[in-house]
Design a protein. Structure first.
Length: 222
């Protein structure tokens, strides 16, 4: 009898484990679906994730499907370039209302230019979380890959990683400074509006007092 009970438990355990796996997969799929339903710009979010994930997967798994390192190198660099341009010009502007670029001055110096949406714009919370988490998280992964390439003496692969880190960190620096600049301008604007409001109310009070005083004197003289 104990053996029969053990066999029955084993037979029931497999369907239960399978059911839990399906449930976990369903939850992850539901989370992704929920995000794209909540997102204000799902297409921009898709390409924001797609190019970065594509570059990472090509770097990690490209050698499994082909022995041609040059092909893997070219595809990864192209995906990194597409990602850099998309994040810099489209993803940040749509997902968090920020944009940056660099201008070369006549004297040869660089000037960082920051652009932000109106303070009255309310960013989508899901888009904001996705943008900042992915923006800061991706360079961390590439740094880990760089350490792995150094330890294993894969100099050719290290070239790809260095390019990835440079392009990703450029966007990290640009958007971090852009976000600080936007908050600073917003705070300055709020202070200026508050000061103008205080001056306006003070001026109105003085005019009212002067007007009241004039009326009282006029009627008092009669």
């Amino acid at each position: 009898m104990p053996q029969d009970d053990q066999l029955e438990l084993l037979e029931n355990a497999e369907p239960i484990a399978h059911g839990r796996d399906l449930e976990s997969q369903g939850r992850s799929g539901s989370a992704i679906q929920d995000y794209f339903q909540q997102s204000s710009h799902p297409i921009a979010a898709f390409f924001f994730i797609g190019f970065r994930l594509g570059a990472l997967l090509t770097y990690l798994l490209g050698s499994i499907f082909t022995d041609n390192f040059t092909l893997v190198f070219v595809i990864t660099i192209l995906l990194l370039a597409f990602d850099f341009w998309t994040v810099k010009n489209i993803s940040g502007r749509l997902l968090v209302g920020l944009r940056w670029w660099n201008e070369i001055q006549p004297d040869g110096s660089n000037k960082w230019v920051f652009e932000s949406a109106s303070p009255s714009r309310v960013n989508n919370a899901a888009d904001t979380r996705l943008f900042w988490w992915v923006l800061y998280g991706t360079p961390v992964l590439w740094v880990l890959f760089a350490l792995s390439a150094i330890v294993t003496f894969k100099v050719s692969w290290l070239v790809i990683v260095v390019v990835a880190i440079v392009l990703n960190m450029a966007n990290v620096y640009g958007y971090t400074q852009c976000d600080r600049d936007a908050k600073k301008r917003w705070a300055t604007g709020m202070a200026a509006r508050s000061a103008l409001g205080s001056l306006g109310s003070s001026a109105s009070g003085l005019v009212g007092k002067a007007f009241s005083s004039g009326l009282s004197k006029a009627f008092g003289s009669r």
